[in-house]
Design a protein around this ligand. Structure first.
Ligand code: MG
Ligand code: MG
Length: 255
């Protein structure tokens, strides 16, 4: 299903997006060497509930997971890249952390992810995070009325490939609206001019993610956490954007 948001729903999307972004930035600023992933989850829970928002994760039970998820945020560390199930682990110096958060507020969902390191940061990790952020920017720049999903995919994939990273095509971006995951699917590589034509009112989550030396994933015994098959490090960046008459507006900015 593809939903087109009304102007009133887009106002709510911006409110939801700001909440998601503020929570992610607060968690990033609190996370340090020694922080437990379960504490990050509890901090996220407290901020979501205090805002009167609804977690998209806690009861989430898709066919691929060993659901329900039972937690409020995805915490993916080092070789873990997507759907990281919070568990009893204290962050160590140099850990590369990806936090992915989706909540619903007033019936509209926003979805965003950030990657950062705690303590000291290697040049390779800084570069990998920067590439996902650059790919996200390129995808947003390609998203305007009349363009097609393939134009976004191509823009993202071009940045990832040019930087030398293999691209996994199984998990990517998606439509957002009254629920977290909607059509269209937005692969992180693709051909320009193909796919669904973008129109004002469309909400999309764009989410480039990469693994240093592979496109293959493995799933943890927890049934959720996806890791690089080779154990290499990974990064992930995501924004929810709205297609407007002028182009694309980022909903998940802090304020
Ligand atoms: Mg997400
Ligand atoms: Mg998403």
């Amino acid at each position: 299903m593809i939903e087109i948001m009304s102007p009133a729903e887009l106002v709510r999307a911006r409110e939801t997006g700001a909440l998601v972004a503020n929570i992610l930035q607060t968690l990033k600023s609190r996370a340090t060497v020694g922080t437990n992933l379960l504490d990050i989850d509890q901090w996220a829970k407290a901020m979501i509930l205090e805002a009167g928002a609804v977690s998209c994760y806690v009861d989430y039970a898709p066919s691929f997971g060993r659901g329900p998820f039972g937690h409020y945020i995805c915490t993916s560390v080092n070789d873990a890249v997507l759907h990281g199930l919070p568990h009893d682990y204290a962050l160590a110096d140099g850990d590369l952390v990806s936090l992915d958060l989706a909540v619903s507020l007033g019936g509209v969902v926003a979805d965003s992810a950030i990657s950062f390191t705690v303590g000291s940061q290697s040049e390779q990790d800084a570069a990998m995070i920067a590439v996902t952020e650059r790919a996200l920017k390129a995808g947003i720049a390609a998203a305007r009325p009349g363009a097609r999903i393939g134009d976004i995919s191509h823009a993202i994939g071009t940045v990832l490939s040019a930087a030398g990273y293999p691209v996994n095509t199984e998990f990517g971006g998606h439509g957002v609206g009254s629920t977290m995951h909607q059509d269209p699917h937005i692969t992180n590589t693709g051909r320009p001019g193909r796919g669904y034509k973008l129109r004002p009112g469309l909400l999309l989550a764009l989410e480039p993610w990469i693994m240093a030396d592979t496109a293959e994933l493995t799933t943890d015994a927890d049934g959720w956490t996806l890791r690089s098959a080779t154990g290499c490090r990974t990064a992930h960046s995501e924004h929810t954007i709205a297609i407007t008459d002028e182009g694309a507006d980022i909903m998940t900015l802090p304020r």
